[in-house]
Design a protein around this ligand. Structure first.
Ligand SMILES: Cc1ncc(COP(=O)(O)O)c(C=O)c1O
Length: 439
């Protein structure tokens, strides 16, 4: 870079940091501002990286993305990470990779059965449907909101080819036992870690147990790129399949801007193509284009540098909320971490007890009035959603807890912008609401 451009760039970046300090004030005033369930938490470093990357004007994946993928692999402790444009894309790619002809006899086929939670997030379930497989919905336990391992084991049949489950709201399921079982039975396991980056099970990061795992970097999540996601795996062959599906289905694995990485670009003989057909334009999968831009990756990299702090703050807030809500246990089922786990709490989840003298709807309305935002546990019992009316599901067990989740469960925020004063306010709002039912 010429000296003049270098000094201009330095000036722009210094001004960017000043701009951040002048412009962004992240504090929430309880009672005045709504207390969100989640949101982006950032400082001048994210803005610096974003502007720095924009000045490269490389636009597609480049130096920041290389670094982000490397650091994600290191953090979760996996061999390979492929960044993508959303968590939903990550889920679609992870499941699609299991249909790859690269996997020979073990490739997933139309009609194969896949175990999913009855309270799944839609895009954890959709890839199963989109690939022509049959979702087998199992009930979750309350207050963990995951399917117990013993229930999964009991419901495996000869048709079960994969298990695709999210660590609900950052609370891990019994993933070590499940991964060992899946390996023995030759069943694929995909961990949807979109809400759980940084959570541990048996002292190891979630996302490092399954054949594949996924992340989301939408602003609600532990770290954000605005939009974005990633697929992680320890398997070189699955990584190759994921990248092929992500990059138009191509067989070639050159990074953007590179060519002839394989050294035999014009000497391949694949499919019914003539020998020497340009490898850049040979397709081994029915693919998509789901790549992330370098600008998104630059934000993600700055965010990843803060992940330990973010997870610690989420969990501290969760602990404080749990302590305070013990006083309301008469009305709510409080959340519980899975045995042998350290969650990375995504939210503080509550189920209104059936015996409570009020409904979830009445409470939520009150919370809205006092500017405490809340969310339902995603789609509830998902097969009840209009989009799934004509989808063929298998439901081998009663879904009574999932029904309770649909009717009585909700969650409030514990993300890092929330502090003890905000929690004090939240507790006061709940207390004021509940006082009318005390006798
Ligand atoms: C469990 C789970 N999986 C997948 C996704 C999809 O991620 P994205 O919004 O990045 O597409 C979400 C979104 O919040 C989620 O909560």
């Amino acid at each position: 870079m010429k000296n003049i451009s270098k000094s201009l760039r330095e000036k722009i970046l210094t001004l960017t940091e000043e701009y951040y300090k002048e412009t962004f004030k992240n504090s929430i005033i309880p009672g005045k501002n709504q207390i969100p369930v989640s949101g982006r938490v950032f400082d001048q470093h994210e803005l610096y990286n974003l502007v720095d990357s924009s000045l490269d004007f490389w636009l597609t994946e480049g130096r920041y993305n290389d670094e982000f993928e490397k650091e994600l692999s290191k953090f979760v402790n996996v061999n390979f990470t492929a960044t993508v444009n959303s968590g939903s894309s990550a889920n679609l790619l992870a499941f699609s990779a299991l249909t790859s002809p690269f996997l020979g006899k073990r490739a997933i086929k139309k009609g194969d059965e896949v175990i999913c939670a009855a309270t799944s997030f839609p895009t954890t379930l959709n890839p199963v449907i989109q690939n022509g497989c049959v979702p087998v919905l199992l009930d979750v336990s309350i207050p963990e909101y995951n399917i117990p391992f013993r229930s999964i084991k009991k419901n495996i049949t000869a048709k079960t080819k994969a298990i695709f489950l999210a660590h609900t709201l950052g609370n891990p399921y019994e993933v070590k036992e499940l991964a060992e079982f899946c390996k023995k039975e030759e069943i694929w396991l995909i961990e949807d870690c979109c809400d759980a980056l940084g959570a541990l099970y048996d002292g190891k990061k979630v996302g490092s147990f399954g054949d594949l795992s996924t992340l989301s970097f939408y602003p609600a999540h532990q770290i954000t790129c605005g939009e974005g996601g990633a697929v992680l795996t320890n398997s070189a062959i699955l990584n190759k399949a994921v990248r092929s599906f992500r990059d138009w289905g191509r067989d070639c694995w050159c990074a953007p801007g590179n060519e002839n990485t394989c050294g035999i670009r014009f000497n391949w003989k694949l499919g019914d193509l003539p020998r020497g057909y340009d490898h850049k334009y040979i397709y081994s999968h029915i693919g998509y284009n789901m790549k992330m831009t370098d600008m998104q990756a630059s934000i993600g990299l700055a965010q990843l540098g803060k992940i330990k702090r973010f997870v610690k703050k989420r969990n501290e807030n969760h602990t404080l909320l749990t302590e305070k809500f013990k006083a309301f246990e008469k009305y709510f089922i409080l959340p519980k971490a899975t045995l042998n786990s350290n969650p990375s709490w995504f939210g503080f989840v509550l189920t209104v007890k059936k015996s409570a003298p009020f409904t979830r709807g009445e409470l939520i309305k009150y919370l809205e009035e006092y500017k405490v935002a809340s969310r339902f546990l995603f789609a509830g019992e998902i097969s009840k959603q209009p989009a799934y009316k004509n989808i063929k599901f298998k439901k081998p067990v009663s879904l009574k807890n999932s029904k309770l989740v649909m009717n009585n469960t909700f969650w409030i925020g514990c993300y890092p912008a929330i502090n003890k004063y905000i929690i004090q306010y939240i507790v006061k709002v709940f207390n004021d609401f509940l006082r009318q039912y005390e006798n």
